[in-house]
Structures are given as structure tokens and as C-alpha cells.
Design a protein around this ligand. Structure first.
Ligand SMILES: *Cc1c(COP(=O)(O)O)cnc(C)c1O
Length: 396
């Protein structure tokens, strides 16, 4: 890897200089009043980025995976039934975690590349008249396949079935990059991490809890200590943690929220959409296809690109790292070797993205694929020239 180059993996994402500096704090007594000036603005910023008026936000020294564990252990009990779709590696891992915690998971398997079938969820929820399903789990953006599912449709399916289950959403690769509406979708728990849309190093699990999820936590019997939100709430009430917080990262989070909110959330989403459209124009020019089956599920944060049959897509990732010092995402799980991924979220501009597209082209040409140098770059250039200019990010 060359540190001069941006990364094109879907997390960890490129860290803006201002955020690197914000994370670099001298040691602070985390039980002093100074910590409150980091803790509360960071929690408040997260709430705004999730588009919620009054969600309780929690920040754990962990990663997105710890966020999943926080969500299930604080609201569920062993043997509880939950409903989840499996359409990629991340949804699969969350299901596996539920099973290891002794939950009874109704798994709806769909082809990788497809979104979560809200209609199937509705059918299942309608038949559950005894309301044995305690939670519906949904991965907003499947990072393995580059598939975004419609969270509003999941909420409507639950409403149509008049079902009281909790709605738990993995927004790890969408929150802060794609439109996310905690209140409007009546989400009960949203999970994310610091190293994707928030443009920080890994190390924080970031969650929002609805009032309903908060009250579920009072009866939920799955064991939890480190991830207990009630212990965390007691800490927050006195401007502290039940243990030692990751102060530097939290200061970074406070600044990251300020940066995203200063750009304007709708501008942030438009920038991601615009950058993604350029990448998709390049993929089309290469005559390759996305793993995502159609435009209704295209992700604006990551594109998983299918390579021709018989070609090992991992070669592109290895070659890009070795020859050009650039990181792309490898295919995971069922699509390992079949796709390579271009991550296009976080701190990225059109111009940076063109360099990633150009590098992918060089790699494919080097490896003997039938890709004409400049074809994808030109398609993206045309798109970026003609599309509305992205709002320039204000200096933080
Ligand atoms: C990255 C990611 C995770 C896992 O997060 P970690 O921070 O690596 O634990 C979970 N879900 C999705 C959709 C992701 O993209």
C-alpha cells in the first residue's frame, strides 16, 4: 500500500486530516468535566446523523460487530424468535451471532445480489399471530454484495402485519453516507461503527435506541456486561463510562459529526450517489456487471463488480496492492473470487474516485481482461462533468 493513495475498500475509509488530528489527543482524565464536552456532543451528533429527535445513542469501544451484540443482548432472551434475511456475508454473520446466543432465527435466504424481500417478511409476520417473533433484523446495506435494501418497505411490512416486533437495523455501511431515517422508519435499534461513513479509524460501536428498545432492555435476559446499555446510561448520567472510554476516537467522532452536518446530510447523500453513479458508468463501459441485480438495490457506498467466469477476481485486489499500492475490496463468502469491490464511501471526491477507476482499469488490462484503458474513466468523467457539481466540503 502507498499512503499517498486513497483506499477503495468499503471500510475502513480514508481519514480526513482534520479527523486524524481530532483523534490525536493528549491523555485526559475521563472522569473529569472535560470529557463531558466530548461525550455529549458526540452522542448528539450521532442522533442527528441518524435523523432522530430523541433516540438514546450509545458509543462503545468496539466495532460494528460489538454493535450487533449490543443490539441483541440488550433486547432479547434465549429462545426468542427473530426474523432475518441472508443476502451476503454481513447479514450471515449477524444471524450466526444470534444463533450462538441461543436465539431462534427464521432465516429468509435470498440470492446474493438481491435485496431483503419485504413481501416475504410480511407473509411471515402475518402468520405469527401469537407474536412469537420478537425482533426483525435487517442489513440496510449489504457491504459484501453492494446491495441496499429498502428499510421503509420493511417497516411498512411490519405495519401491514400489525406486528409489534422490534426493528433492528445494521446501518454500518450506510449511516453517514446514505439516507437513513431512524424516526421515520420507526427503527428500534440502529447499529454502526466509526470506520465507514464517519471516516475514523475502527474502534467505536455506535448505536441508537428507541424508547421501545430501551424498555425491552429492562426485561431482556441474554447475558451482557461490557455491552449493557443500562450500565452505560448510568455512566452517561454522570458524564462518564462504566469503564475507560476511547477518548481520542470519541473526539474524532464529535468532529466527524460536525463535518458531516456542516456539509449538510442531504449534500453528503447526494455526493455519495453522484460518486457511485460515476463508478457504475465505468462498470457499464467495461461491459461488466454488478453483483446487485438491478438499480433498485444499487448501493451508493460500495460496488461489487462481477468478473468474467473462470477469472479469479482476487487477482485484481492482489495486483492493485502489489503493483499500484491501491486497496480494493475482495469478494467475500459465496462471491469470493467472483467479484471485486470498489468502496466509495466516506471522505471521497469525484477526482479521487477517477483515480480508483483508472487503477482498476490498469489492473484488469495487466491481467488480460478485455478492458480498454480509459473507457471506464471516460464514462465516469462524462458523468461527473455533466452532473450537478458536488457541494465542496467546508474545511473543518
Ligand atoms: C463493516 C460491516 C460490519 C462489521 O463491522 P466491524 O466494524 O468490522 O465489526 C457489519 N455490517 C456491515 C454491513 C458492515 O459493512
Amino acid at each position: 500500500m502507498s499512503f499517498q493513495n486513497p483506499v477503495f475498500i468499503p471500510g475502513p475509509t480514508n481519514i480526513p486530516e482534520a479527523l486524524r488530528k481530532a483523534c490525536d489527543l493528549p491523555t485526559m482524565d475521563h472522569r473529569s468535566a472535560a470529557f463531558a464536552d466530548i461525550l455529549h456532543p458526540a452522542r448528539e451528533g450521532v442522533r442527528q446523523i441518524m435523523k432522530s429527535a430523541d433516540a438514546e445513542t450509545f458509543i462503545f469501544p468496539a466495532t460494528g460487530t460489538g454493535g450487533w451484540e449490543t443490539a441483541i443482548t440488550n433486547t432479547l432472551s434465549a429462545g426468542d424468535r427473530v426474523l432475518a434475511a441472508r443476502n451476503g456475508v454481513f447479514s450471515d454473520r449477524w444471524i450466526d451471532m444470534c444463533q450462538r446466543h441461543g436465539l431462534d432465527v427464521i432465516v429468509v435466504d435470498v440470492a446474493w445480489g438481491e435485496g431483503i424481500p419485504a413481501d416475504r417478511f410480511e407473509e411471515i409476520l402475518v402468520t405469527d399471530t401469537a407474536h412469537q417473533i420478537k425482533a426483525v433484523l435487517a442489513t440496510h446495506n449489504e457491504t459484501a454484495t453492494g446491495v441496499a435494501s429498502d428499510m421503509g418497505a420493511i417497516r411498512r411490512a411490519m405495519d401491514a402485519a400489525d406486528h409489534p416486533a422490534l426493528l433492528l437495523i445494521d446501518g454500518v455501511s450506510s449511516i453517514g453516507s446514505m439516507d437513513f431515517r431512524f424516526d421515520e422508519w420507526r427503527i428500534d435499534i440502529a447499529v454502526t461503527g466509526s470506520q465507514k461513513g464517519f471516516m475514523l479509524p475502527a474502534g467505536l460501536a455506535i448505536l441508537g435506541f428507541s424508547e421501545k428498545a430501551m424498555s425491552a432492555s429492562r426485561h431482556a435476559a441474554l447475558p451482557r456486561t461490557f455491552f449493557d446499555i443500562n450500565d452505560m446510561s448510568s455512566g452517561y448520567a454522570v458524564d462518564a463510562y462504566p469503564y475507560t472510554p476511547a477518548v481520542g476516537l470519541m473526539n474524532g467522532l464529535k468532529q466527524a459529526c460536525d463535518m458531516l452536518l456542516a456539509e449538510g446530510l442531504e449534500n453528503v447523500f447526494a455526493r455519495h450517489q453522484r460518486i457511485a453513479e460515476g463508478v457504475r458508468a465505468a462498470v457499464q463501459a467495461w461491459d461488466l456487471s454488478l453483483c446487485a441485480v438491478d438499480e433498485r438495490v444499487y448501493s451508493n457506498t460500495v460496488s461489487a463488480i462481477r468478473t468474467p467466469d473462470g477469472f479469479d477476481a482476487n487477482q485484481i485486489v492482489r495486483h492493485a496492492a502489489e503493483k499500484y499500492g491501491v486497496a480494493f475490496g475482495a469478494g467475500l463468502g459465496q462471491v469470493a473470487g467472483k467479484v471485486f469491490r470498489i468502496g466509495h464511501l466516506g471522505s471521497l471526491t469525484d477526482v479521487m474516485t477517477l483515480s480508483g477507476i483508472a487503477t482498476a482499469e490498469m489492473c484488469m488490462a495487466d491481467l488480460g481482461l478485455d478492458v480498454r484503458l480509459g473507457s471506464g474513466v471516460a464514462a465516469a468523467q462524462e458523468y461527473y462533468r455533466m452532473a450537478q457539481p458536488a457541494q465542496l466540503r467546508k474545511a473543518a
